[in-house]
Design a protein around this ligand. Structure first.
Ligand code: PEP
Ligand code: MG
Length: 754
């Protein structure tokens, strides 16, 4: 009952506000009347509106209850006093005893010393704080959640009044963004790099023009019509051929469709309309509530479902406002794309020449869009909570992928330092470019082979761009991950053949499917293991489902007809697994020979060493393989029993630690003795200091993301590797946690460019 009374109250107040807003009076006059109305309606002695002015100050613009003389005189810095605190954190405060709050600041000219309680909310629009609306009471008063909500709804309406620009010139508040606490947003690093650009919202936010309804009945009817249209559109989506396949994909869509009919959700929207809001404003209000809940939900399944609901909200808003049919707007030249999440193909729809960076509210390093973005070599920061709420189209934005942070509407200081870093990096790239034609030979004459890792066709072009010796790791699973269904032999043959065409004379090492764990195929249910990285993945899957491996090898053989074929098997844990996989390959080679289809001119077969157990079968292994490739990403996580994707332990142990270097040196020596070439293709190879250590322990072949080639080549050419080997000999048995600093010291003392 209390709730119903609350709605009625809020509805009455909204209706009065609408009347005031509809008058011809000046904006200041309307604001004065609004604060009076609120004070009366909420039974508060004071109601004040503070608006943001140039210089990041909040100016008292209207008040009922405080000294009228203080209007346009009292100014607070952002963060100063309770009002400043509300603006700085963009969150409401409701305090029965305001005086005891640490941020309480008394302004004598206002006469507010006699008011004990305060409830204030930020006035925000499009993620920006435009001001603060506050009520105060003389006696100690506990404001209810519902009262806070009502004040927030009114602040939403006030924001529209402020946005007209009649009270404060919008140009003034453009330069004085508040959001002190929100301007730098943190996320997780999905790809390194630094970029400056202008925001483009992948799904543009819908601007609500009218907040208060003339006729709630008509609004409910508009809602009904929009929901019907939305349902039809979703049904079309579900019926689309490519999605009609069974499996998880469809289930996700069906659950999504079910949500669209969720009575609770639609009822809440209807209830908000009954309080006096337009259908759009009501949808937005329910969305705001949902976001508040989303922040508290930790269960990943539930969180995902709430995300679905949020997505639906956006769709419903689009249908209500007719925005679905609007043509796309002009894109800025330096585009920073902002999305909740997106598919890889959607990213490729944007003009690559204009795309500078990507910021996602969701996403993990293995999400497909992140993989594509990496191939495009743009910085990506993922899991940036609330970025969509805080950014407006065309806002200036800095994306610092290296440090997993984003600066919205950065100040000149940030811009200057970013530009300087970018300038230094551009100069560095020029220096790398100058090295492009030179061979990767150490200062003391040891030849090194630098190769690139690829996962997409567009990566292969980097062979020319970097002048690398070949592709040391082609992650074939990425093409599988991008598709909605399993690619058959013909489709795979086409992919591998294109890759070989593009690579020309340079060798490509195809790694067979490494799925499972965090690499999920939408059409293949690998089940759920408690420890997916150590679960049913890679070789384990394809040996249990040999048809998958057979088809893949058949396609590779066909694609390599008349050329050389280099294949390696990932996650081999024991020689028996290698033998099994090798037998499938041999059978396929025989099949190709029998069928008269062209056979590869030469076939080389290798294994990845990623599982420590294989270290103790190297003798047998090295008799069987043509080459070995060390997958240090997985090897290190299994060696230290530390999940490579965990922010807590992922970097707890150092790759440059004695156990790692001992193990690798040992392995390299065994390979040398057996005359088997060995490469390292994990991330370790891509960082100059790590690459230096790898050369120091005897490796001569490294495969890395293309962007790393320049720096690693520069290091290589400046290194006296024999001297480093002697230096490491003395240290490698040390009991230290890490040799990173000593290695850095070596580089400094001996002129190695890191
Ligand atoms: C590795 O584990 O080091 C590796 C190269 O494979 P991936 O990163 O694809 O697991
Ligand atoms: Mg691996």
């Amino acid at each position: 009952m209390a709730e119903v009374a609350g709605w009625t109250g809020s509805r009455r107040l909204l209706k009065r506000l609408r009347d005031v807003m509809a008058t011809e009076a000046s904006a200041q006059n309307r604001l004065d009347r609004i604060v009076r109305l609120i004070a009366a309606d909420m039974v508060a002695e004071v109601c004040s509106a503070y608006l943001l002015r140039a210089g990041e100050v909040l100016e008292l613009f209207a008040t009922e209850g405080l000294n009228a003389d203080a209007v346009h005189k009292t100014r607070l810095r952002i963060g100063e006093g309770l009002v400043g605190d509300i603006a700085a954190h963009a969150r409401p405060l409701a305090l029965a005893d305001a005086w005891s709050h640490p941020n309480f600041a008394y302004r004598p000219e206002t006469g507010e010393d006699i008011y004990q309680s305060l409830m204030g909310v930020p006035i925000q629009r499009g993620g920006r704080v435009l001001g603060v609306l506050a009520v105060q009471n003389r006696t100690s008063r506990t404001y209810t959640d519902e009262e806070v909500e009502t004040l927030e709804t009114i602040a939403m309406v006030l924001a529209e009044l402020v946005a007209t620009g009649e009270l404060v010139d919008p140009a003034e508040s453009q330069g004085t963004q508040v959001e002190i606490a929100q301007r730098r947003l943190e996320g997780v690093r999905l790809n390194g790099g630094l970029a400056i650009g202008n925001a483009v919202l992948h799904q543009p936010r819908i601007t609500i023009r009218q907040m208060i309804a003339e006729d709630p009945k008509a609004e409910i009817e508009r809602l009904r019509a929009a929901v019907t249209v939305m349902h039809t559109a979703l049904d079309h989506m579900l019926a689309a051929d490519d999605l009609a396949s069974t499996g998880e994909h469809r289930e996700v869509l069906e659950t999504y469709r079910m949500f669209a009919e969720d009575r609770g959700w639609l009822n809440r929207i209807r209830e908000a309309i009954r309080t006096g809001l337009t259908a759009e404003a009501a949808v937005q209000k329910v969305q705001n509530d949902m976001r508040a809940r989303l922040r508290e939900v930790t269960d990943p399944y539930l969180k995902e479902r709430l995300h679905d609901l949020e997505d639906l909200t956006n769709r419903l808003l689009a249908h209500l406002s007719g925005a679905v049919a609007e043509p796309p707007v002009m894109m800025p030249d330096d585009m920073v794309l902002i999305a909740r999440s997106m598919g890889p193909a959607e990213l490729l729809d944007y003009d690559r020449k204009q795309l500078r960076a990507l910021v996602l509210e969701e996403g993990s390093s293995t999400s497909h869009v992140a993989i594509v973005a990496r191939a495009l070599d743009i910085p990506v920061v993922g899991r940036v909570a609330g970025v969509l709420d805080r950014v407006d189209p065309n806002d200036a934005i800095v994306v610092d992928g290296d440090n997993a942070q984003v600066f919205l509407r950065p100040g000149e200081d940030v811009l200057q330092s970013v530009r300087e870093t970018m300038r230094v990096r551009a100069e560095q790239s020029k220096r790398y470019e100058a090295l492009k034609a030179l061979p990767p030979i150490t200062r003391d004459g040891e030849a090194v082979s630098l190769l690139i890792n690829c996962g997409l066709l567009i990566d292969v072009a980097n062979l020319d761009a970097t002048n690398a010796a070949g592709v040391g790791l082609y992650r074939t699973e990425i093409a599988f991950m991008m598709r909605a269904s399993y690619p058959d032999v013909a489709a795979q043959t086409q992919i591998y053949s294109r890759i070989l065409d593009l690579a020309g004379d340079r060798p490509v090492t195809f790694r067979t499917l490494d799925v499972g764990g965090d690499k999920v195929l939408p059409y293949f249910n690998a089940g759920t293991d408690e420890n997916p990285a150590m679960g049913w993945r890679a070789m384990r899957i394809v040996l249990d489902r040999p048809a998958i491996l057979r088809h893949q090898l058949r396609a590779m053989i066909a694609a390599a007809a008349g050329r050389r074929l280099v294949v390696m098997f990932p996650m081999v844990a024991e020689v028996a697994e290698f033998d099994q996989a090798r037998a499938v390959l041999d059978a396929e080679l025989q099949r190709a020979a029998r069928s008269g289809a062209g056979a590869p001119q030469a076939v080389r077969v290798g294994a990845m060493l990623e599982v420590p157990a294989l270290m103790w079968q190297t003798k047998a292994l090295l008799e069987r393989v043509d080459f070995l490739s060390i997958g240090s990403n997985d090897l290190l996580q299994f060696l230290f029993a530390a999940d490579r994707g965990s922010p807590r332990v992922g970097e707890r142990y150092d790759a440059l630690s004695p156990p790692v270097l001992c193990l690798l040196r040992d392995l390299v020596e065994r390979c040398k003795a057996a005359d088997v070439p060995v490469t390292l293709c994990g991330e370790m190879a891509s960082r100059p200091i790590e690459a230096m250590a790898l050369l120091g322990i005897g490796l001569r072949s490294l495969s890395m993301p293309p962007a790393a080639i320049g720096a690693v080549k520069m290091m290589t050419r400046s290194l006296d590797v024999k001297r480093l080997a002697r230096f490491l000999d003395r240290l490698i048995d040390s009991p230290q946690h890490s040799l990173r600093e000593v290695l850095r010291g070596f580089a400094r003392d001996h002129g190695v460019t890191l």
